[in-house]
Each structure stands twice: as C-alpha cells, then as structure tokens.
Design a binder for this molecule. Structure first.
Ligand code: PEP
Ligand code: CO
Length: 444
C-alpha cells in the first residue's frame, strides 16, 4: 500500500465529492483552515477510545445522538442547550437503567456535510447541484447558492468552534451538575406518565448522590461536570484533512476537528478515498454498516482500518432496518467473531427505518425504531456478542418529524412542526421514552 499522508486520499476515487469550480481557491481555503488551532485534543481522543473499548467489553454504554445535519442557523443558545439537555436526560435514564457509565457523544460541532443519492436536483426545467450541507453549499435553489463554495469550510470550522465552546462551558460549569438535574428539564415535557417516570428516576439519582456524599463525608467533584464528546460523518475530506495534525509526544496523526468521526454507508468503498483517509488517523472511528454489506467487505474494512487491532479503534454502527436486521446482522457478527478481532458494536435504529409518505414527507415510526433496537439485542445475545451502544437522530425541541410514541403523533401531525431539512428526528419526549424502554432492555 502507498505511503499515507493527510492528503493521500486525493489519489483515490472520491464518492460524494462536491464539484468546486476553482481548485486554487479551494487549496487556499484548505491551507487557511490548516493553520487554525484544533477543536479537540489528542488526549481527549485517546480517552474516548479507551471508553469505547470498555463499551465493547460491556463495561460502559455508548450513547451517540444529535441532528441528522446541523445547520449554521442552529448555532444558537436554544438549539445547543436543548440538544445537550436531551442527551443528558437520555444518558441519566440509561445510567439508571443499566448501572453502567454512559459515554455521551453528540452528532454536533461539525455535522455539516451530507451524502446525497443524486448529484443534481431538478425542479421544472432547471437542474442544479444538490444541497450537500452548510459546509459545502447553500440550500436555496439558485445557481449561486448551490455552487460549492470553499469559503464555507472556514464557516463550518467557526460554527463548530462556537458550538463546542458553549458545550464545553456548559458541561464543565455547573449545567451538568447532578445536584441540579432541574437545569436540564425540558419545558414541554407534558406527557404525564412519561414526566412522572422521569422525575422518579431523577429523584432516585438525587438520593443516591446524597447518600454517597454522606458516606464519603465530602462532595466528589466529578458529580458537578460530565465528559461530552463530539462526532460527525467524516464526509468532507478537505475539511478533515485540514484539521489532521501531529502532536508532540505522540505518534501518528489525529483528526482534531472531532473526537469520533465516522464513515457513512455511501463512502465505505474499500478502495475509496474515505477509507484511505481514515486509515491514517488515530481517532476511534465509526463505520456505518448497512444490510448490503457482505462479510468479506466488512472484514476488508476492519483489516485495513485497524491493522494494529487496537481496542476502541473500530465501532461498527449497524443500521439494517427492523425488517432486515434478523437476516442481515448474524453473518456479520459471525465473521467478526471468527476473525477473533475486537470491535465495539452499536445500533443505529434510525437510518434503516426511513420511509417516504405519499405527500413526500420523510418520516420514521417510533415502533420500528424500538423494534430494531430490541431485535438487535436479541441477535447479539443469540450470537454471543455484545451491543455496546446506540446511535439516534434526536433533538430536544418539540418537533413533529417521527410518528408514534406516548403522545401518539400521527401522519397528520407532521406538518405542525417539521423542521429537519434532511432526516426526521425523535423529539425530546420521544427520545426520553425511547431511553426508558431501552433502559429496561439493558436492565434485563
Ligand atoms: C447519517 O448518519 O445521517 C447517514 C447519512 O447515515 P448512513 O451513512 O448510515 O446512511
Ligand atoms: Co441522517
């Protein structure tokens, strides 16, 4: 294999590559980005890798969640705090249910690029490049907006930095304090049974905290803050490359734009540019695994991306769909098992369960999402492997994008508050209810 460098991917065929009209300008913007400071540090990245390995061994549980796509407009107090709140709430419910440490990873501070099945979008007689996320081009249907603009790589970095700065301040500064879970109450939690069960969990945690402090005779500092990590699909390789750095006293290269980048299902070709790029970074990485991935393909990826067989390096995020998981997952579990390799398994119950309604709306049904989680646990149990985490698209806001849940959202409700530009997310109540059902599953 050729020598790896942060730009060696450019010699491979690149799926999902935006067509930047001016290569010189692109090169200048990438150089500018490469001169800016990193967003995360290598020791955070290494610490997360160790924790992900623990999740693979069943000693922790990975919770990854956030928007399908962040937009620059979402870089606001309300949007960031409500996402952090719901992730904290869901994680507390999971800690309570599983009695395991929960690793909190947001799809946040960099989730700005989206893969598209069609490079072009046609409206009437006009055909323009598809919208590929705020870091690539702009959503309005005009030629100027849809032309990929390298300047947006820098805007993406800035919005990621602002988001992360606020998240870090909140996570460190008392907002995540276990003595004050009311700080992360969501104002619209009205579904009575759900609210009651949630407050019971919160009270039980509060009592445990008081009990522990009484025993210790002091207050453990660790109860006042939480670790919070970021992740995004490593799709825009110009962005990822520019943030790939060497650091003093450690070997190799780190992608310091995020802790945990993942390879999307549409860019997982063994000889493609994305796999080439990911092979050279030291971060823990996710690989989305769909129902059409063969055991040979999967094992080829694992071998290429984890030659040193390092625990925590690879998380396989399966997203089969409730209908296909029982048939598609077992051969993959068997292949990994037979290879004797260690990976962390995570279930994304969202992306295999997307459907398009007659009016063109994309939605997902709460029951199908839950079914895929339950079936995944069962398939892992039968195979003797372990499901170490879940990956959700969710928001703390009261959107109406997914059907079902305790409040019984129906098709007709979707028009009321459908805000996602891409995939439908669980709203705060649906996410919390899902967490409670998942916690029960983890307890058993
Ligand atoms: C996503 O996570 O938003 C996504 C596009 O997923 P996948 O690559 O699994 O389709
Ligand atoms: Co999505």
């Amino acid at each position: 294999m050729n020598q790896w460098t942060p730009q060696s991917w450019q010699k491979c065929s690149v799926a999902q590559l935006p067509d930047y009209p001016d290569p010189d300008e692109l090169e200048d913007r990438v150089a500018e980005l490469a001169a800016l400071p990193p967003l995360v540090t290598s020791w955070e990245v290494e610490s997360l890798k160790e924790q992900i390995a623990a999740a693979g061994r069943g000693e922790a549980f990975l919770l990854q969640g956030g928007d399908c796509a962040e937009s620059f407009d979402d870089c606001s107090v309300d949007s960031i705090t409500s996402k952090l709140k719901i992730l904290l709430q869901v994680s507390m419910v999971l800690v309570h249910g599983s009695r395991l440490p929960v690793i909190r990873v947001g799809r946040m501070a960099g989730q700005y690029a989206k893969p598209r099945s069609n490079a072009l979008e046609k409206r009437g007689e006009v055909e323009l490049p598809s919208y590929r996320g705020d870091i690539v081009n702009r959503a309005p249907f005009t030629a100027a907006d849809r032309t990929p603009d390298p300047e947006l790589l820098l805007r993406g970095y800035e919005h990621a930095a602002m988001t992360l700065n606020f998240v870090r301040a909140l996570a460190d500064g008392g907002f995540a304090d276990l003595h004050h879970p009311e700080y992360w109450d969501l104002d619209f939690l009205e579904e009575a049974e759900l609210a009651a069960e949630y407050h019971q969990i919160v009270n039980s945690i509060r009592e445990s905290v008081e009990f522990m402090e009484a025993i210790l005779g002091r207050e453990p500092a660790s109860l006042r803050r939480v670790d919070f990590y970021t992740s995004h699909e490593g799709l825009s390789l110009h962005y990822e490359q520019a943030q790939t750095r060497q650091v003093p006293r450690r070997e190799g290269w780190y992608n310091l734009s995020t802790h945990f980048p993942w390879i999307g299902m549409r860019t997982a070709e063994l000889d493609g540019a994305h796999v080439e790029y990911f092979r050279g970074i030291r971060n823990p990485i996710g690989i989305k695994v769909g129902p059409d991935m063969s055991p040979e393909w999967l094992m080829g990826l694992v071998a290429r991306l984890d030659p040193e067989e390092e625990p925590g390096r690879i998380t396989l995020i399966h997203r089969m769909g409730a209908d296909r998981v029982e048939e598609a997952l077992p051969p993959l579990l068997r292949a990994v098992q037979e290879s004797g390799r260690f990976v962390t398994w995570c279930c994304d119950p969202m992306h295999g369960n997307t459907e398009t309604l007659e009016n063109g709306r994309k939605t997902r049904r709460f029951d199908r999402i839950l079914a895929e989680i339950r079936l995944s646990f069962a398939v892992h149990r039968a195979a003797g492997t372990r499901l170490g985490g879940v990956h959700f698209e969710l928001t703390g806001e009261a959107v109406t994008e997914c059907i079902g849940g305790a409040r019984g959202l129906a098709e007709a409700d979707l028009e009321r508050a459908y805000r996602s530009r891409v995939d439908p997310r669980l709203n705060g109540e649906q996410a919390l209810e899902m967490a409670m059902l998942l916690a029960r599953q983890l307890r058993s």
